[in-house]
Design a protein around this ligand. Structure first.
Ligand code: NAD
Ligand code: 3PG
Length: 567
């Protein structure tokens, strides 16, 4: 639908798009039922799991979409090999295995499933709280070794104990519900927590220090970020009550493993229950192995999301979004793009086409880049989200002057603008204009293009600089400036006709603003077909007595967007 949300690949022509299927690579084990949304003749699904970075780099160039869980690392290197990739789908929550910044730079959308495995992760957390309290791991190991260790494995009960939650998001809140149900007192820390939700769930919000000092059981539920890496370290462990237990079903890097082992060895930490590790599988890391081997540690191999219900939910969530994006529809949970509802998108789509063409015309006609632009939305278009419209402007302004390695879309438009030094100030003016909606692109030096979309959603340009006009920006358009005197149209018609070009449409734009000199001047805007407009033909037009300049703007074939003599 909108190229600014779901770009066509620059190398993909409409014909090749019709002929070839979009290839989707499933690179981590995915629930089979989750593949249903992709059962469509337009798609080819390849399942290839356990690929190394080099193997992935070798094949990723063929694919339009990539689906991963936490095992495959979608590095900047992999993304740089992914010449046709439009979307990476993470069948789960955490995107720390995906270089989202690199994807954003390349205009590759990243989507995830923020809700699909929340219950599963929370239920495993509750299971591990109880396992830590009752020494379930050690007891189970002992039974397999025919050891009947009843005295040694006396545990503690959780009822009446304090559960400290670090990260009161979706999983943290669900854990709190279960813990309150088991009679625990729950205290949580999260700088972005909702006080209303906390009160509703009977959870006290506090600082990290307060949580550490009061918790009998501490459970972590934050993402792994630079700010949360090793957030539980020697100092934090020392601040905790002796005999506490620690549970981690979030991410391995949140805990300093060496510090935790020391604390377990000293008996300050009573037990730890771990589902996640800095490197997975953890068996090559000496710190992880030492920790796993400690008798008071119970561990699971990153099973938080591993229930059939959760795996079905995350797979469907992500494959539906992949299907939608490949069919130019909206994803519902993009990590690196704004979300726009479908009714707004319907309004925006014709305007993305208009604004891209206005940007292209601006660069072609005025032939310079001012220090900054104003993008002004007047009338009803002022009420919709404008991120795709901004992306369309950046694409239009840069289309004819950029090496087309990267598509500009809503994912990377801000970065592309920054890299090219383009500053755009958006303005929304809701008062009535002559048009129900009008868009203005204005450079700081006053150069201006205005346009609107007619009822049939056709983009129309209504002002170029000082000239009032009305034409549809499509195909090849010759723009000539001449003294406003009789016979000029005939001259241009004769030259273009002599070139075998057919004039499909013509409009004369009168000067409405500014000074046109003694004789006055006008713009002639001619849509032509039947071949390419030669530079020589433009020179002939331009050298005719009474002509002031001529240029050709190609709205449909970007690489030759504008050739011009002086205008
Ligand atoms: N083991 C598994 O299989 C499994 C399954 C699901 C989720 N997870 C992980 O669990 C974590 C939580 O998932 P979620 O769905 O609840 O995410 P979420 O985004 O809903 O919640 C995360 C919360 O952490 C908070 N937070 C961020 N920085 C913080 C800090 N410094 N201190 C305190 N709070 C902070 C955020 O404000 C947010 O509320 C993620 O790391 C996710 O990857 C693991
Ligand atoms: O972040 C997540 O969603 C969980 O860690 C689940 O990871 P997985 O998909 O590899 O099980």
């Amino acid at each position: 639908m909108s190229a600014y949300l779901m770009p066509l690949n620059p190398r993909e022509t409409p014909d090749s798009k019709m002929a070839t299927k979009s290839k989707i690579l499933i690179a981590d084990p995915l629930s089979e039922s989750g593949l249903t949304p992709l059962q469509d003749p337009k798609f080819q699904i390849d399942i290839k799991t356990g690929l190394s970075e080099a193997q992935l780099c070798d094949i990723i160039g063929e694919y339009s979409a990539l689906v991963v869980r936490s095992e495959t690392k979608v590095t900047a290197k992999v993304l740089s090999c992914a010449k046709n990739l439009k979307i990476v789908g993470r069948a789960g929550v955490g995107v720390d295995n995906i270089d989202v910044n690199a994807a954003t730079k390349l205009g590759i959308m990243v989507v995830n499933s923020p809700d699909g495995n929340v219950v599963a992760a929370a239920e495993l957390t509750l299971a591990l709280i109880l396992a830590a309290a009752r020494n379930v791991g050690r007891a189970a190991e002992g039974m397999k070794a025919k050891k009947w260790e009843r005295k040694k494995l006396v545990g503690i009960q959780v009822q009446g104990k304090v559960l400290g939650i670090v990260g009161f998001g979706k999983v943290g809140q669900h854990v709190a519900r279960g813990a309150v149900g088991m009679g625990m007192k729950v205290i949580a820390t999260d700088p972005y927590a909702s006080a209303t939700i906390a009160a509703r769930l009977n959870v006290k919000l506090a600082t990290l220090q307060e949580v550490l000092q009061t918790a009998d059981f501490l459970t972590l539920h934050t993402p792994l970020l630079a700010s949360t890496k090793n957030m539980i370290n020697e100092k934090q462990l020392a601040a905790m009550k002796p005999g506490h237990s620690i549970i981690n079903v979030a991410r391995g890097g949140l805990i300093d493993e060496d510090a935790l082992l020391k604390s377990l060895e000293s008996g300050h930490t009573r037990a730890a229950a771990l589902d996640v590790f800095p490197q997975e599988p953890p068996f090559k890391s000496s710190s992880s192995v030492a920790l796993l081997s400690h008798p008071n540690v119970v561990s699971t191999p990153h099973l938080g999301a591993s229930t059939s219900e959760a795996q079905h939910a995350v797979a469907v969530d992500v494959t539906e979004q992949i299907r939608d994006v490949l069919l130019n529809q909206l994803p519902r949970s993009a990590v690196n793009a704004p979300t726009i509802n479908s009714s707004d998108l319907e309004k925006i789509t014709p305007y993305t086409q208009l604004i891209e063409k206005m940007g292209l015309l601006y660069t072609a006609h005025f032939k310079h880049q001012p220090p900054s632009y104003e993008l002004i939305f007047s009338g009803s278009i002022a009420s919709v989200p404008t991120a795709p419209l901004f992306a369309a402007l950046i694409n239009g302004l840069t289309k004819s002057i950029s090496a087309r390695g990267t598509t500009v879309n809503v994912v990377n438009a801000k970065l592309v603008a920054k890299e090219r030094g383009i500053v755009v100030h958006e303005k929304k003016v809701s008062e009535d204009t002559t048009y129900s909606s009008l868009v203005t692109v204005k450079g700081t030096n006053g150069d201006i293009i205005q346009g609107f979309c007619s009822e049939g959603s056709f983009p129309q340009i209504v002002r170029i600089g000082d000239f009032e006009t009305n034409f549809v920006p499509q195909g090849t358009v010759v723009i000539a400036r001449n003294f406003d005197r009789p016979g000029m149209i005939g001259v241009v018609g004769r030259i273009l006709g002599g070139e075998g070009l057919n004039i499909k449409n013509m409009s004369v734009a009168a000067r409405k603003f500014g000074q046109g000199g003694k004789e006055g001047d006008a713009l002639m805007i001619l849509s032509v077909d039947g071949g390419k407009v030669r530079e020589g033909a433009l020179r002939e037009i331009e050298s005719t007595n009474g002509m002031l300049g001529a240029q050709v703007v190609s709205f449909d074939s970007p690489p030759e967007a504008a050739i011009s003599a002086k205008l």
